[in-house]
Design a protein around this ligand. Structure first.
Ligand code: NDP
Length: 279
């Protein structure tokens, strides 16, 4: 008899999540028998929700905004990349009953930027907006691609500066405020704030996107996000949202859980065509 393993994504808010659909498509493609649902879990219920999920037989969890740094604290052990980033987006039940924390966000972002969209990172100047859990997970994989410089800006400036110090051994990383970048220009601007989730835009100066520069919003929706529209209005060569990253990071999580790697291209194409048809 084959059993059906249960997985879920926890976050708050969570109603926008496409993760259940993506994992269902992966399961069909790879003929795995799983269920996967989205659960609204605010930060103050997180610890209790994780414990009860695994106690009831759950095999693995994804954690999204605002839970990634908390998930890092809750895991019994950590993969190397999660240990370094201090943020966890994937929890895995181990054979001994303990819970391993991993982070697949950075790998997902870099795969979408460089493989799916042919955006070169070597020697580029990258501006990273936001200093939360998502930023923590993507800095190291971005630096592996040898950009010239990574500048981190955040509403709460101290967090940007702290992050830049924490990761400084990886290369030229500088943390500052939105005011400090007024006279600067970047080849790639990555929005890792949660501003798009409420239709807001970080306070970006007007002339900071270099000619032929690209914009990438980690957030995604059925319509272009506020930041994707900002990129288009500022003549970005490409202005993309995080749907591709979402599929790529999910594929890596699926691989960790099921030891089988789904093919992502056809799923990204399907989700893109589905959202075009939503009025
Ligand atoms: P966190 O809650 O950990 O961090 C949020 C960050 O956004 C903080 O730096 C916060 O600044 C900043 N912020 C929030 N609102 C504003 C605003 N109006 N203006 C400027 N800055 C703002 O969230 P995460 O890091 O986990 O997630 C960030 C985003 O990335 C979310 O939209 C999430 O959906 C998306 N994401 C997408 C993924 C994908 O696969 N496509 C994967 C991971 C994340 P402050 O510190 O000052 O509060």
């Amino acid at each position: 008899m084959t059993t059906t393993d249960h997985y879920a994504v926890f976050g708050h808010p969570i109603n926008h999540s496409k993760s259940p659909r993506i994992h269902q498509l992966f399961a069909e493609q790879t003929q795995q028998k799983i269920t996967y649902d989205a659960q609204d879990v605010p930060a103050d219920h997180f610890e209790q929700a994780i414990r009860s999920f695994f106690k009831q037989g759950g095999k693995g969890l994804n954690c999204t905004v605002p839970l990634k740094e908390l998930a890092w604290q809750q895991a019994d052990s950590l993969s190397q990349r999660a240990k370094f980033s201090k943020a966890v987006n994937t929890l895995v039940l181990q054979e001994d009953g303990s819970i391993l924390g991993d982070n697949t966000d950075g790998l997902g972002l870099v795969a979408d930027l460089t493989i799916n969209h042919s955006i070169a990172l070597l020697n580029s100047r990258i501006l990273l907006l936001g200093a939360g859990g998502a930023s923590r997970g993507i800095i190291s994989p971005l630096m592996e691609k040898s950009p010239k410089q990574l500048v981190i800006v955040n509403r709460t400036v101290d967090k940007a500066i702290t992050l830049s110090h924490e990761f400084s051994q990886l290369g030229d990383i500088y943390g500052c405020s939105y005011d400090d970048i007024k006279n600067d220009q970047f080849d790639l601007i990555i929005n890792a704030t949660s501003a798009s989730l409420s239709g807001e835009l970080p306070p970006l100066p007007d002339n900071i996107l270099a000619q032929k520069g690209c914009c990438y919003d980690l957030a995604y929706g059925n319509k272009p996000t506020t930041f994707v529209n900002w990129g288009l209005a500022h003549n970005a060569e490409k202005s993309l949202d995080g749907l591709g990253m979402l599929v790529e990071q999910a594929a890596e999580a699926f691989y960790i859980w099921r030891k089988i790697r789904p093919e992502t291209r056809q799923i990204i194409d399907l989700l893109n065509s589905e959202r075009k048809n939503i009025k």
